[in-house]
Design a binder for this molecule. Structure first.
Ligand code: F6P
Length: 739
């Protein structure tokens, strides 16, 4: 109420001042215009009377004046004639009794021999009085007075003020109302919601910030509160988790434990991560810039580590609006814990290094999926140049840091470890290879295998997901380059430098980082699948993921067990990936055609067996789908680990749901309670779907609980902790590859 009163007072004051000022000016102008008009008319009449009366006065006539007065007098005007002494000669009848007060004006006109004028009150009415001297030979011989009705001067003025008063009243009401609504909608209500939201957070409920927390309006305040809330929520989760673990006496790796561990081993030193894919892209959509988390297992795994340890993450700035935002970004945006340093690549560099050598060369080379690798000299040159570019960016970032710890990620940067060591021999470098490593014959077809191996061996530690891939790598080294492979300790010694090769099966954070968009029931209701059995797949559209094989298995399932028609549906989340590569375009088309064909052949009115969602999905959306599903299918033809499998398990805090998992994934070695399938065996996969849908609920829960406990124990913090523990004692300062 007080606010309303203040608004009212403020708008009243402003409106009165502004409108009153304008009205005053208008009244003045109007009055001047009306007076000018009266003056013009009075002068004309006086001139006419003067013409007729002057000869009469000059010759001292005693009659003839009535005629003049009759001709020029009228209902709205009076005329009076005076002699040279200012005495009245004659006047029109209606004004005769009231002429006394005009004497000074008449005397002045005769004395000064010049016209006089003013507004006067005559008989209670407002009149315009104009007196002109009568002359002979330019000397005054009398005067003529013309009186015009000027009542409208006042009434016009009054009416302007009256109108202004009404306008002011209306404007005050309108402005106060508008301001009141505006304040309520854009300030009071959002602030009340923010207050409510903060209250909920304090109560320990991790809720999304209200949409009204409009950053453009509340600016830094909304940002700060969001950041604070996020920090509070995270700190609370971490503290609760620690307390739980202490109580149960478990020694599980947590975010906090990793943070303490990194601090113990490396002090307050920043950790440097290098990957091709950035953890967050800025994407232009019309006039807006949107934040996008990429569909990347690597990002899912590494982000929690950066949140725990802080540091610098160097990555390719590939978002369409990244350059507008800048090459250094604090992340997470609303509560920065680490810095993203973006490296810019030209279109040619991206084409040669990323699409070309990395994804048309090394990707099919390392995955056994019968896709022939393409090796082009041009691509190789770009690959080398981009690795050098990243090495330089990293060295710039590490300036002033003693013995920096560098975690290089993946097949995009095989040459980077050696390059870093040459520039910074004191750096401790680990390279983690997120994809499989094939046997030595298969790898041997790469024309630049020696350079690649030497580049990788610049690292102090090379990690793979499985021991099998470590063995393949060591065998490849043994056969392809000079150096001593010590199989007992799984290390390669070249000159002064030793590279340890070890398996580190990657994982996820066990506690999902994104809150799902709604609970299981609301998601199912939103998708219109409340009563259905739901199968789910979440993939980048990649030929290693076995998507066509999975679609065929789904078709076969409905063919063999038609009683599931209309009772079951399969949702496939498909993130478009590497779409500039023809093979990926062809795959996209192949899957779309296959889905359409199956939906046409098997589908019925009001039911489609496959819901194909080919677009980018953010983590909260995917988390909601994980919880809504009855089974999740991971059918990769070959996969280093596959984190979708582990994410699905991590998301199922209801201990329910079945995982159907390809035996050709690294994850199948960790998640032994999944239904393990051969993705090339369509009949076997169809059978696994049926078994999953028909599995006894208690059996489902037992399996899921065991898998969850595995993911909980072998989480991403443990992965990072073990990797850092291996790296910490590595000797520093040996120059690598300076042949
Ligand atoms: O699995 C290998 C990998 O590079 C991951 O590290 C990453 O999550 C995924 O492929 C995504 O690929 P891209 O970055 O090319 O979209």
């Amino acid at each position: 109420m007080r606010l309303l009163f203040r608004l009212f007072a403020a708008t009243s004051l402003v409106t009165i001042l502004v409108m009153g000022g304008f009205a005053y000016l208008e009244v003045r102008e109007e009055r001047a215009r009306l007076e000018e008009d009266l003056q013009r008319r009075a002068t004309l009449i006086a001139e006419a009377v003067r013409e007729a009366a002057e000869p009469l006065v000059a010759r001292g006539a005693r009659s003839g004046f009535e005629r003049v007065l009759k001709r020029f007098g009228g209902a709205d005007r009076g005329v009076a004639l005076y002699d040279q002494f200012g005495s009245l000669i004659d006047a029109t009848l209606d004004i005769k009794p009231y002429l006394g007060p005009l004497s000074p004006l008449v005397t002045n006109a005769i004395r000064d021999n010049a016209p006089q004028r003013r507004v006067s009150q005559v008989d209670g009415s407002t009149v315009w009085v104009h007196v002109s001297p009568l002359q002979r030979d330019d000397r005054p011989i009398g005067a003529v007075a013309v009186l015009l009705d000027a009542e409208h001067l006042e009434s016009r003025q009054l009416s302007v003020w009256r109108q202004t008063g009404v306008r002011i009243g209306l404007l005050i009401l309108l402005f106060t109302g508008l301001a009141w609504m505006l304040v309520r909608w854009t300030v009071t209500r959002p602030l009340a919601r923010m207050a409510e939201w903060t209250k909920q957070l304090r109560g320990g409920h991790p809720v999304q910030p209200p949409p009204e927390a409009d950053v453009s309006l509340f600016g830094p305040l909304a940002k700060e509160v969001t950041g604070l809330a996020r920090t509070l929520a995270r700190t609370r989760i971490v503290a609760e988790q620690e307390a739980r673990l202490r109580l149960s006496g478990e020694s599980i790796w947590t975010e906090e434990r990793l943070k303490q561990f990194a601090r113990m081993r490396f002090g307050d030193q920043a950790i440097f991560v290098v990957s091709n894919r950035e953890p967050l892209s800025h994407v232009r959509e019309g006039k807006e810039i949107r934040l996008q988390q990429p569909a990347s297992g690597l990002v899912t795994a590494l982000e929690p580590i950066m949140l725990a340890c802080g540091g610098v993450w160097v990555a390719h700035g590939s978002g369409s609006a990244d350059r507008e935002v800048g090459d250094r970004v604090g992340l997470p945006v609303d509560d920065p814990a680490y810095t993203l340093r973006r490296v810019w690549l030209s279109a040619d560099e991206e084409k040669g290094y990323y699409y070309g050598f990395a994804n048309e060369g090394l990707w099919p080379l390392c995955h056994i999926v019968h896709e022939r690798p393409q090796f082009r000299a041009d691509d190789w040159e770009h690959y080398r140049a981009v690795n050098a570019k990243f090495a330089q960016a990293l060295v710039d970032e590490m300036e002033g840091v003693d013995a920096p710890v560098v975690l290089v990620q993946d097949y995009h940067f095989a040459l980077l470890p050696q390059m870093i060591k040459r520039l910074r021999p004191d750096a401790r470098v680990a390279l983690f290879w997120h994809i499989p490593w094939p046997n030595s014959e298969a790898f041997g077809i790469c024309p630049w295998q020696e350079d690649i191996l030497l580049g990788m061996l610049g690292a102090d530690l090379v990690g793979f997901h499985t021991q099998f891939h470590c063995n393949n790598f060591l065998e490849t080294v043994e056969r392809a380059i000079e150096g001593r492979v010590e199989w007992d300790d799984f290390r390669v010694i070249r000159g002064q430098h030793t590279t340890h090769v070890q398996p580190f099966p990657i994982s996820v954070a066990a506690e999902p980082t994104a809150a799902p968009e709604g609970d299981r029931n609301s998601v199912r209701a939103r998708l219109g699948i409340d009563e259905m059995l739901v199968g789910l797949g979440v993939e980048r559209v990649d030929y290693t993921k076995g998507l066509p094989e999975r679609m065929r298995a789904i078709r076969r399932f409905f063919e063999r067990w038609p009683e599931y028609r209309r009772r079951a549906v399969f949702i496939q989340v498909a993130s478009p990936s590497r779409t500039s590569i023809p093979r990926y375009q062809a795959l996209q088309k192949e899957i779309q055609d296959l889905v359409n064909e199956i939906n046409e052949a098997i589908g019925e009115r009001g039911w489609r067996p496959i819901v194909y969602r080919e677009r980018h999905h953010d983590r909260a959306e995917v988390a909601a789908l994980y919880r809504a599903a009855d089974l999740c299918m991971v059918t990769s033809l070959h996969d280093g680990m596959n984190l979708v499998a582990k994410e699905f398990v991590a998301a199922r805090d209801d201990d329910d749901g079945v995982l159907v998992l390809s035996r050709f994934t690294g994850a199948s070695r960790d998640l032994r309670d999944a239904l393990v399938v051969n993705p090339y065996d369509v009949e076997g996969m169809a059978e696994a779907i049926r078994i999953a849908f028909e599995m006894d609920p208690s059996e489902r829960r037992r399996r899921m609980a065991r898998m969850r406990s595995h993911v909980r124990e072998r989480n991403i913090y443990r992965w990072a902790g073990l990797l850092l523990a291996e790296l910490a004692p590595m000797p520093r300062g040996v120059t690598v590859g300076a042949e």
